[in-house]
Design a protein around this ligand. Structure first.
Ligand code: SAH
Length: 460
């Protein structure tokens, strides 16, 4: 089984750094089911190809399982299957994780890549192959193989020689292959347990949630085990929440209408900006940035050097992008801002390296059982020095004339907290992760029910 990856990025030999494998050498690695050999059939500055040759040992495959003859006679050693995924994860682990010591930026940069798979079993045929890769932006070419050249009327086999072409970061290509090869093959050589969900979500991060075939991918990846598939899909759905897109379009309007009389939005932005400046936070990541309210304000203020907005909703990010475009800033200012699609409840290396994270009117959109995951993603893994969190104060709701009693401020809010609920949560989070937290109220303060918005500023 042969996988080759070719780039025409200049200088193409940088592929060697990205893969952590020197183009001048041929290296072999022992895996539990055979050997992986890495070598470069071509390596010039114009064009460089790395090859991963998988030499699956059919005897090792069946050892200790009371093998019968037909188990030795199988296609497994010769086709791309979950063995190839395991090999990718083991011999290209840093590249798969998007890391590169020597060229860290290149690891995140889209470069022209072509992956060729000598024999890929596609259960579902070429159509399914295209359904998997084309929505991710690949140019797909596939040559089918007949079952047996000597007997053409036996028809086509499920085997294809496949070429996938796209301009994208190498880690994205490897993640796509890692997940989708076993999906096409529709089999796994090892027992599929709960940890497979974690692998699927980790390697599917940033693309699986919005993939039109995500249900089929999940079902097949988890070997059609209904319990696991259901579990994974609920997590994916939560992460993706397609209807968040439409919900979010009305979100701004709906919540703003409730809160308008006191122009709470402006007061909230002012308070957040003041807290950021007080912490001297110049590099800021806005988690759950929505349509870019805060991003816009940060971008207009020269104090902030690097601004990143993250949201799970693609639609919200599109609107944010349009609103930022409308600022008509000089070109060089664009380098200060970037938008990324991501979920806050899954660990993400892209969230690290900022002075501060802002989480403005977002936590109440997370399901309570997933709040713990979010806490770890932010406070344990991303670990910015400062975290600013705002959320509605439910006690204040009775003061909104246009809000029926007992109703939350927005239909997608999973909860709204009293002041003591928020402070208990925040104090416990601060204590668990080594932060201190201070509270501030935003908006007109009422002697009984407090102010409409509550803010916690965490510092490490
Ligand atoms: N901070 C913005 C938007 C608040 S609305 C503002 O103040 O205007 C909440 C936002 O959180 C929405 O845009 C929603 O898409 C996003 N969101 C909800 N759950 C999320 C999750 N799990 N991961 C990432 N974003 C999420």
């Amino acid at each position: 089984m042969l996988l080759t990856i070719t780039t025409t990025h200049f200088p193409a030999t940088e592929l060697g750094y990205l893969l952590h494998k020197h183009p001048d050498r041929c290296q072999s690695f022992a895996l539990s089911f055979g050997k992986a050999h890495i070598f470069y059939p071509e390596a010039s500055i114009e064009r460089c190809t790395a090859a991963l040759l998988l030499d699956v040992d059919p005897v090792k495959l069946v050892r200790g399982r009371g093998a019968r003859l037909e188990q030795y006679v199988s296609d497994r050693p010769y086709v791309a299957s979950s063995f190839l995924s395991v090999a990718i994860a083991q011999v290209f682990s840093t590249a798969l994780g998007g890391r590169c010591k020597d060229l860290p930026e290149l690891a995140q940069t889209p470069i022209p890549l072509v992956a060729k798979l000598s024999v890929l079993p596609c259960r579902g045929g070429e159509e399914f192959l295209r359904q998997l890769f084309e929505p991710l932006g690949y140019n797909v070419s596939a040559a089918g193989h007949t079952l047996d050249e000597k007997f053409p009327d036996w028809g086509q086999s499920k085997y294809f020689t496949v070429e996938l072409q796209h301009t994208l970061p190498l880690s994205d290509l490897l993640s796509h292959l890692y997940v989708l090869i076993p999906v096409l093959d529709d089999d796994k050589h090892y027992w599929v347990g709960d940890e497979e969900i974690e692998k699927l979500l980790r390697h599917g991060e940033g693309w699986l949630t919005t993939h039109p075939a995500r249900e089929q991918i999940t079902r097949r990846y988890l070997k059609r085990q209904q319990r696991l598939t259901r579990l994974a899909l609920t997590q994916l759905v939560e992460e993706d929440n397609t209807d968040l897109d439409s919900v979010e379009e009305s979100h701004a309007k709906e919540e703003a209408a409730v809160e308008k009389p006191i122009s709470l939005n402006q007061q909230r932005l002012d308070a957040v900006i003041a807290a950021l400046k007080q912490s001297n936070a110049r590099r800021v990541i806005d988690l759950g940035c929505g349509q870019g309210n805060l991003l816009k304000t940060l971008l207009k203020d020269g104090f902030f050097e690097q601004i990143t907005g993250v949201d799970v909703s693609y639609r919200a990010l599109e609107v944010a992008q349009e609103r930022l475009d409308r600022l008509r800033l000089p070109r060089n200012q664009w380098e200060r801002v970037q938008l990324i699609q991501g979920a806050l409840t899954y660990q993400d290396k892209r969230f690290s390296g900022y002075d501060a994270a802002t989480v403005i009117e977002v936590i109440e959109h997370l399901d309570l059982p997933r709040l713990g995951a979010f806490e770890r993603v932010l406070f344990e893994f991303a670990q910015p020095k400062t975290v600013v969190v705002t959320t509605p104060n439910i006690e204040y709701n009775i003061k909104f004339e246009n809000l029926p009693v007992g109703k939350l401020r927005h239909q997608d809010h999973r909860f709204e907290w009293t002041r003591s609920q928020f402070q208990n949560w925040a104090n416990q989070v601060a204590e668990s992760f080594g932060y201190t937290v201070e509270f501030q109220s935003i908006g007109t303060e009422d002697s009984e029910v407090g102010s409409p918005t509550q803010m916690g500023v965490f510092r490490r």
